[in-house]
Structures are given as structure tokens and as C-alpha cells.
Design a protein around this ligand. Structure first.
Ligand SMILES: [Zn+2]
Length: 414
């Protein structure tokens, strides 16, 4: 997994709030209006009676299991009738408490910081922000969450859905899926007929059904490939304990792809996923899912089927060719010394970087890994091969130093 690189996080948040907040406020206001109607039908005013408000009422009515509403709730007569029926709902308190939802909406509509915090909260604080809001307003019933969901209309292109998708299209946070570093996660359309060439998904890291208030939060929306999001992750619940969030981290070199060669040292027989020794167990759990109650899909490597994806015959074949290329250049000591020819330390990095990017068609620095498919694999192959070379001690020390340093912040690491 690759960390999503954001050069100016504060600016990104500011831009997001500017682009999204007006519509979310509007969506929350409409939900608040619906609830006022259902709490008191005499509040209904023809001027604020919109299809959205009526559609909200229909969902809320379903939550309360009220039968008998007409098919067209936006007809005022039916709408008022349905509002009045809430009063007689069976088990009303057990299903949802409209006052609790109404109170939390008031808070989000009037306290400027509360909504900013929810929409722009950092990835490692989102769950806490969400939980403390729910606790503060005593929201704990599924029915209440179901109603609250109507205020965070990620799925609705007539509501917050549209500006959110436009924002991520414009920002292009990555070209390839951070979860697998293989599938495209870019937006591209044919310039002639405007047909889609590629489209990315926005994965909700924390499930939007379980945490409806996080459905429109920027750092809960991960631009990703459709296979990773829909096929591999599906409805699996991601947690802080067992999953790694690409807004916070990547595998770095704690998980490496290791090529296992055939006896003739020509073909890559297998690509192993290896955890570096000494990695803290809490980090290993996020990467591999090796916890006390280990289930196949816990841990990002499991959830996104990385072992299978990186052991497809085509991937192994290309990995073999790259190793061949690296080997044939680097084995010529002269060309390696040429790459390291300059006395200038920075130039050593640049020369190795340029050479590697040319032979692999991918990227040398972690910060660029999202720009091409399999950057992490290719970089691991290079590291692996250089460490297994029979170089003179002196040269080996210089090469390893460059590879090691390229992972540090000042050379573009995470
Ligand atoms: Zn993916």
C-alpha cells in the first residue's frame, strides 16, 4: 500500500470545505426541516416543501414502519397526512428518537467548528470525532443513524455527491490505487466523445453505513480502484487496529516484495510478501492481519488480495525482465561507477534515480509511487538485487547508502 501524498494538507482541507460545505449545510437544513415537519405537522409551509424534504420524510416514515402513505409524497395533502402519522407510530422510541437527531443537526448547523471538524478531521481522529458527537447527543439506535445518513448525501448527485466527486477529480491525489499500487485510480475521459476511459472509486475507509456522519469527510474518502473497493473490500469493516489508512501511512519497507528465483536464477518463481523482522506487532496487524482473531480478510495485504495480484504470471514475467535489466547494467562495474561518478552526493541520488526510472518505467522515491503501477514492487526488486550483488565492499557500501537514504524525508521518502 502506498501513502497518498499531499503537499499542503491545510490547503487541501480549506479547499475541500469551500467546495463541499455549502451543499452539506443545505442537505442538513433540508433534513432538519423534514424532521420539524414530522415532529409538528402544523409547521409545514408550502414554500419550503421540496421533493428532497418529502423524500426524506418517506425514508423516515419507513424507519418508523408507517404504512399507508401515497406513492407521491410530494403532494402536500399526502405529505401532511404522513407527517401526522408519525405520532401514532408503533414502538416509536425504540426505532428512533427524532429529537436526538434534530439536536445534533442544530449543533452542526450552528456551531461552525463542529461541521468543519467532521468534514475536514484528520484520518486518525475521525472515529473519535464521530463517537463524541454521537455520545453528546445520545444517538445510539440504528434508526437514528439511518435518519442521520440523509444529511450526508454522498451518493446523491443532486446533493453533496456532485461537488465531492468533482473535487477529487480536480485534485488528482493519485494516478494508481493506493491499496494495491496497480489498478488505475485516475479520471480520464476521451477528449473527442467525452466517454469515460478510467474512473476511480472513492472508498469510505470507515464504512458509511455504520458511520453515516463520516460519509462526506475528506480523509474518509480514498480514491481507489474499483476492484479494491468493490470486489476485495466490499462491506468488510475496516478498523484502526487491523487496517492501514493510506492518508496516514504506506507499507514503506516494513513489507517488501521478495523475488524467489528458479534454480537457474533466470525466472521469478514466486513473489513473496515479507514483513521486516522487528516490525512492531501493531503495525504487522495492520499490514498482514495477524491478530489473535485472525480472519482471512483482516490486514490490508489480505483484504486487497495482494499476494494473488502480485503472483499473476504476467507480473512475475515482467519482474523477471526488470531483474534481468538491473543485473545486466549493474553487473558492469564501469557503468555503475559511471552512475556514481560525480563527487557530489546529491548527484549520486539523481543518477541512480534516473537510471532506475528508465529501466523500470516506474519511480525511485516513495513520494512518487502513486504515479505508476507497481512502483513499490519494482523498487523492492532493485533493493533486493543490489543487496545480493557481489560488489566490492567499498562500492556496495556506497550503493546501499544511496538506497537507504532515498527513503529518508529529505530525499523524498514518506
Ligand atoms: Zn487497488
Amino acid at each position: 500500500m502506498i501513502k497518498l501524498q499531499i503537499s499542503d494538507r491545510e490547503q487541501l482541507k480549506t479547499d475541500y470545505l469551500l467546495a463541499i460545505k455549502p451543499q452539506v449545510l443545505e442537505d442538513l437544513k433540508q433534513l432538519k426541516t423534514t424532521i420539524s415537519h414530522l415532529q409538528n405537522a402544523s409547521m409545514i409551509n408550502i414554500n419550503e416543501h421540496s421533493r428532497r424534504i418529502a423524500a426524506n420524510a418517506l425514508v423516515i416514515k419507513e424507519t418508523f414502519d408507517i404504512k399507508g402513505l401515497g406513492e407521491k409524497p410530494f403532494i402536500k395533502k399526502n405529505y401532511i397526512a404522513s407527517a401526522l402519522m408519525i405520532e401514532n407510530a408503533p414502538n416509536k422510541d425504540a426505532i428512533a428518537n427524532l429529537s436526538n437527531v434534530s439536536n445534533i443537526l442544530d449543533h452542526l448547523l450552528t456551531d461552525k467548528n463542529a461541521l468543519d471538524e467532521l468534514l475536514g478531521g484528520e484520518a486518525d481522529q475521525l472515529l473519535g470525532i464521530n463517537t463524541s458527537l454521537l455520545q453528546k447527543f445520545s444517538i445510539k439506535l440504528d434508526g437514528e443513524l439511518k435518519i442521520l445518513r440523509l444529511g450526508f448525501r454522498y451518493w446523491d448527485d443532486n446533493a453533496a455527491g456532485k461537488p465531492i466527486k468533482t473535487f477529487f477529480k480536480d485534485k488528482e491525489l493519485t494516478q494508481f490505487c493506493p491499496y494495491c499500487n496497480n489498478e488505475p485510480a485516475m479520471y480520464l475521459e476521451n477528449s473527442v466523445n467525452k466517454q469515460h476511459v478510467y474512473r476511480f472509486d472513492l472508498d469510505h475507509f470507515y464504512d458509511k453505513a455504520r458511520h453515516p456522519m463520516l460519509a462526506t469527510s475528506i480523509f474518509n474518502l480514498v480514491p481507489s480502484g474499483q476492484n479494491c473497493n468493490q470486489v476485495n473490500k466490499g462491506t468488510t469493516e475496516f478498523t484502526d487496529q487491523y487496517h492501514m489508512n493510506p492518508y496516514l501511512d504506506g507499507f514503506r519497507r516494513d513489507l517488501v516484495f521478495v523475488p524467489i528465483m528458479d534454480p537457474l536464477n533466470i525466472e521469478v518463481k514466486e513473489i513473496k510478501l515479507e514483513i521486516k523482522t522487528g516490525v512492531h506487532i501493531s503495525r504487522e496487524e495492520k499490514i498482514m492481519g495477524t491478530g489473535p482473531d485472525n480472519v482471512e480478510r483482516l490486514g490490508n495485504a489480505n483484504a486487497f488480495q495482494l499476494k494473488s495480484k502480485y503472483n499473476l504470471p504476467e507480473v512475475r514475467r515482467v519482474a523477471g525482465l526488470l531483474l534481468e535489466n538491473i543485473r545486466s547494467t549493474i553487473n558492469h562495474l564501469k557503468s555503475l561507477e559511471g552512475l556514481l561518478g560525480s563527487a557530489d552526493h546529491i548527484n549520486h541520488h539523481n543518477n541512480i534515480k534516473l537510471w532506475f526510472e528508465r529501466v523500470s518505467y516506474t519511480h525511485f522515491y516513495q513520494k512518487d509511487f502513486g504515479n505508476s503501477a507497481k512502483s513499490k514492487l519494482n523498487r523492492d526488486l532493485l533493493d533486493h538485487y543490489c543487496s545480493s550483488l557481489n560488489l566490492s565492499e567499498n562500492l556496495y557500501a556506497r550503493v546501499s547508502e544511496i538506497l537507504e537514504e532515498s527513503y529518508l524525508d529529505n530525499f523524498g521518502g514518506e
